[in-house]
Ligand binder design. Structure first.
Ligand SMILES: [Zn+2]
Length: 475
């Protein structure tokens, strides 16, 4: 690959998180029985008139604002004509001449190398119905017909499959953060057409473009691009010519294959949609939508490093999920030990959530309770094993850590007299080990501390136990 440069551009279709479809009041994202969330509009019956879903416009504009697009205050809709059973009107309502969002960029980072990926535009369109091809027949479900989509088209700025992956991950993170889309790839909520070309290093003119249609996993995109770029280089190296074509990815075989020309050779004959007026926005509305945007992940990461003094690794884990980041921050603001809060959230909290398949909203422990629990550990009121036991109670039932400590009798024993007593009993019961320590075997002390912990049923302050043992063994 070294003597060739790759250029990758993506067309990303994202299902917007709206209650209803793009042009009717029927529910979007209906799961369950096929062909129930349908009406004359999304079935394309003659005479049915579309009515624009304002929420979809708002979501697309907010996406544009997040990536720094110029928002078109007047945008129009066009008919993209094609004849296929997944589109009952025989045209898709889309935007071609005047899309909602123009320009913009997404920042990515691959192996510590920051890079800006420019976005050409974002337009609004409707999704098609879902077709499943069986052996001798095809099934079609119109529940998905007219679900709101936005299509984000990048410039060919990505130079490797890793960069394409980083772009998609950054975009997905932003969209989930801002509540624009759930970006559930398994449900087909993000689908990509992937354009790629290669050219000899040292030349400027882009090579012949090849498009891979309808990719719906990030891993598949990475594999398909890796294969496709190598294929293009191989053709050029062996003196062949590339043709501009549409290919499909065969995931099982791990190859891209040309699509039959009639599968993609559309003449869409775009023309203005006569049944929808232009979408006209005023600057104040756009600004109000801008004000609704959350702090973006990259900004949040930088702030967490600055304000809480956390290492980059912690910040990456904590901000991967917005609710988790909020939980951390609420706890950290009530704690004197931010690193401990981070450790508990990344460790015990994520473990407990993962074990039970829960989201942070389901956890009974509050940020305040976690901060209080950490304070009890730092004040040496309880030791770590006890703290984990208290955490489990708080996670399952909620409540106040001090009350749980009291109820379960978990407070650490720091009373010198009591610890001396445990130390004497531990030595008396393990004369041989005690002799080894006296003979210079330092590690023997750890065993005796363990015995003190056992005798105190885990409640002795281990540091004080070690000190008491040393005193008695030397004395
Ligand atoms: Zn409908």
């Amino acid at each position: 690959m070294n003597d060739f440069i790759a250029s990758i551009g993506l067309e990303v279709h994202v299902q917007l998180k709206t209650r209803t479809k793009l042009f009717c009041a029927f529910p979007a994202h209906e799961e369950g029985d096929p062909n129930v969330a349908v009406c004359p509009v999304c079935l394309g019956l003659p005479g049915a008139m579309p009515v624009m879903n304002g929420e979809a416009i708002r979501q697309t504009v907010k996406t544009g604002l997040m990536i720094g697009s110029r928002i078109a205050l007047r945008s129009t809709f066009d008919r993209k004509n094609y004849f296929y059973p997944d589109m009952p009107k025989n045209f898709q309502i889309s935007q071609q001449a005047a899309p909602l969002c123009l320009g913009g960029a997404v920042e990515i980072d691959v192996g510590g190398q920051p890079k800006t990926i420019r976005v050409n535009h974002i337009h609004q369109e409707e999704d098609a119905a879902k077709i499943t091809h069986l052996e001798n027949s095809s099934e079609i479900d119109f529940n998905r017909a007219s679900t709101p989509l936005m299509e984000l088209v990048t410039e060919p700025d990505m130079a490797s499959p890793d960069e394409a992956m980083a772009f998609l991950i950054a975009l997905k993170e932003m969209l989930i953060y801002a509540g624009i889309s759930d970006c559930n790839l398994e449900l087909g909520q993000v689908r990509c057409d992937v354009n790629s070309s290669v050219r000899p290093a040292g030349t400027d003119l882009l090579g012949v473009k090849c498009e891979i249609k309808n990719m719906n996993t990030f891993k598949g995109i990475h594999r398909a691009l890796t294969y496709e770029l190598a294929r293009q280089v191989e053709v050029l190296r062996s003196g062949g010519m590339l043709v501009q074509e549409t290919r499909r990815w065969d995931d099982e075989a791990g190859v891209t294959l040309p699509m039959r020309s009639k599968e993609y050779a559309h003449d869409y004959r775009y023309f203005p949609e006569p049944d929808l007026p232009p979408v006209v926005l005023d600057a104040a509305t756009v600004e109000a939508w801008r004000a609704e945007l959350p702090e973006l992940p990259a900004v949040k990461r930088a702030r967490f490093i600055r304000d809480y003094g956390l290492p980059e690794y912690d910040v990456g884990v904590l901000t991967a999920d917005q609710a988790l980041a909020e939980f951390f921050e609420a706890a950290a603001q009530q704690s004197k030990n931010c690193k401990a809060v981070s450790n508990w959230v990344m460790g015990e909290l994520l473990r407990a959530l993962g074990e039970q398949g829960l989201g942070i909203a389901d956890a009974k422990i509050t940020p305040r309770a976690l901060a209080a629990l950490i304070a009890l550990v730092d004040a040496k009121t309880i030791n770590m094993p006890a703290a984990k036991e208290v955490f489990q109670v708080l996670f399952e039932k909620g409540g106040d850590p001090a009350a749980v400590v009291k109820e379960k009798g978990l407070a650490q024993v720091s009373d010198a007299g009591a610890i001396d007593g445990f130390a004497e009993r531990a030595i008396a019961a393990n004369e041989k080990v005690a002799a080894e320590f006296r003979g210079g075997k330092e590690t023997a002390l750890m065993f005796l501390v363990g015995q003190v912990m056992k005798l105190s049923r885990g409640k002795a302050n281990p540091q004080l136990a070690a000190e008491a043992l040393r005193r008695k063994l030397r004395g």
